[in-house]
Design a protein around this ligand. Structure first.
Ligand SMILES: [Cu+2]
Length: 174
C-alpha cells in the first residue's frame, strides 16, 4: 500500500466512524425526546446553531480539499520519457509506437468511432491503470512502467459485437 492509498484509507475510516457516531447520536436524542414526553423542539437554540453548522461544513470541505490536493494526478504528472499515441476503434487499438523503453509513459488516447475503455495490464496480467476513451477528445494516461515485457490493453466499455476481442498489445523494453 503506497502513501496516498494509506492516507485515503485512514481518511475514509475516520469519516466512516464519524458517520456511524452521528447515526447513534441521532437515535439517542430521539429516544431521550420520547422519554421526556415529546413537547416542543428547541427552535430558538437550533436557529442559533445554524451558522455554526455552515462553518462546520465549510471546514470539512476545506480540509478535504487541501488534504487530498497532493493526490490529484494532473498536478503530479511526471515528465514523460516516451509518448504513445493510441487510436481506439471498433475493434482494435492502434499503438504508435508499439515498443517503448521502461520509464514514465504518456498514452495519448482517442477514439475514431464510439466510446471505448483503455485498460492497461502489465506482463503478469495485473491491471496498471485505465481511462475512458471518448470520440473527439484526446485523453492522457500518465503512468510509470518498470516491468519489461508484453503489456495488454483491454477495452473496458461495451462498444459493439467485437468488444470482447478488442485487445491491444505493446512492449516495454529495458
Ligand atoms: Cu469495447
Amino acid at each position: 500500500m503506497n502513501g496516498t492509498l494509506f492516507f485515503i484509507t485512514i481518511l475514509y475510516s475516520i469519516v466512516t466512524v464519524i458517520g456511524v457516531a452521528v447515526y447513534f447520536v441521532v437515535i439517542a436524542s430521539t429516544k431521550r425526546g420520547r422519554r421526556e414526553g415529546g413537547g416542543e423542539a428547541p427552535i430558538a437554540s437550533m436557529h442559533r446553531a445554524e451558522p455554526w453548522w455552515a462553518v462546520f461544513a465549510l471546514v470539512v470541505v476545506t480540509v478535504l480539499f487541501f488534504g487530498t490536493l497532493a493526490g490529484v494526478p494532473w498536478l503530479n504528472r511526471a515528465k514523460a520519457d516516451a509518448t504513445v499515441n493510441v487510436k481506439a476503434l471498433q475493434f482494435v487499438f492502434v499503438m504508435q509506437p508499439a515498443t517503448v523503453k521502461a520509464g514514465n509513459v504518456d498514452f495519448k488516447v482517442t477514439s475514431d468511432d464510439v466510446s471505448h475503455g483503455f485498460g492497461l495490464f502489465d506482463p503478469d496480467g495485473k491491471m496498471v491503470s485505465q481511462i475512458q476513451v471518448v470520440p473527439g477528445v484526446t485523453s492522457t494516461l500518465s503512468t510509470k512502467l518498470t516491468k519489461t515485457g508484453k503489456y495488454k490493453i483491454l477495452c473496458f466499455e461495451y462498444c459493439g459485437v467485437g468488444h470482447a476481442q478488442m485487445i491491444g498489445q505493446f512492449e516495454v523494453t529495458k
